[in-house]
Design a protein around this ligand. Structure first.
Ligand SMILES: Nc1ncnc2c1ncn2[C@@H]1O[C@H](COP(=O)(O)OP(=O)(O)OP(=O)(O)O)[C@@H](O)[C@H]1O
Length: 255
């Protein structure tokens, strides 16, 4: 299997506090990898380090075997698309233009959008169910619509790697399922920070669980997401039942 995005011994601190420590992980071509863990465990910080939005204090992130720090911003943007948790809501752009931002790394500076660019934008909008919003102003969209537009922008970027920080946050149940099923079905290698363990168990090929900035478990969801691990990491009692493909998790009470 080809390793696409790899992290080796990542460490990141702020104001003397280490937020990410000794984190190593790798993703293979086409995989959907979940990053799980309680609030404050370091999921968003890890996504930013993997995206090259923050330099690591030590360790390194490799994209197709090359350190991402050595890639130009433009070369990185052609390969890696990231959707962070809180997309700006004050963006005074039309929805089509926001999705079109994903096309910028693919054409020469200042060149206008081509027909192929516009087709790609329409395709991405269709994939994320926002075609009806294309001629609206981005600032008038609901939280869930904005989230889907940001995912469309990332898909329009035609990345090799898609990094999503809690992409289901503002979405209703149907759009949560549709989005993760879309992420899983694309050939793009995806790393997705998630809170919902059942969604992770259903849609991720592998999961990494963070606690206190360290990876405490990693592997297929049905192996990793045991009642013991959930008790240790989240401090809740859960019933985990095997399904034909994966596991079903019912959280019963805090411990
Ligand atoms: N720039 C910063 N300055 C100070 N503290 C920070 C900074 N960035 C992250 N942290 C702290 O690092 C820890 C990890 O934050 P992070 O956002 O990565 O966690 P998370 O797992 O994504 O949490 P959540 O589930 O709540 O979104 C938190 O305690 C956070 O307050």
């Amino acid at each position: 299997m080809t390793a696409i995005l790899q992290a080796h011994d990542l460490r990141w601190s702020v104001r003397g506090r280490t937020i990410i420590r000794d984190v190593s992980m790798s993703t293979h071509a086409g995989e959907t990898v979940g990053v799980l863990g309680p609030n404050g465990s370091g999921k968003s910080t890890l996504i930013r380090l993997l995206a090259g939005l923050r330099p690591c204090e030590s360790g390194q992130v490799l994209l197709e075997g090359r350190p991402i720090g050595r890639l130009s911003k433009r070369a990185l943007a052609r390969k890696v698309a990231v959707v962070e948790q809180e997309a700006s809501s004050s963006l005074e752009l039309g929805v089509e233009d926001v999705i079109g931002l994903g096309r910028i790394p693919h054409r020469p500076a200042w060149a206008p959008a081509t027909t192929a660019d516009r087709e790609r934008v329409a395709w991405a909008a269709g994939q994320t169910d926002v075609l009806e919003c294309l001629d609206r102003s981005y600032s008038t969209l609901s939280g869930g619509e904005r989230q889907r537009v940001q995912i469309a922008r990332a898909l329009a970027q035609e990345p090799t790697v898609l990094l999503l920080d809690e992409p289901t946050n503002h979405l209703d149940i149907r759009h949560q399922l549709e989005l993760l099923s879309l992420v899983r079905s694309t050939p793009v290698t995806s790393v997705v920070a998630l809170h919902d363990l059942n969604l992770a168990a259903t849609y991720c090929d592998r999961v990494f669980v963070l606690a206190g900035g360290r990876v405490v478990a990693g592997g297929p969801p049905s192996t990793v997401l045991t009642a013991e691990l959930i008790a240790d990491v989240y401090g809740v009692r859960a019933r985990v039942e095997p399904l034909e493909h994966g596991v079903s998790i019912r959280v019963i009470e805090p411990l």
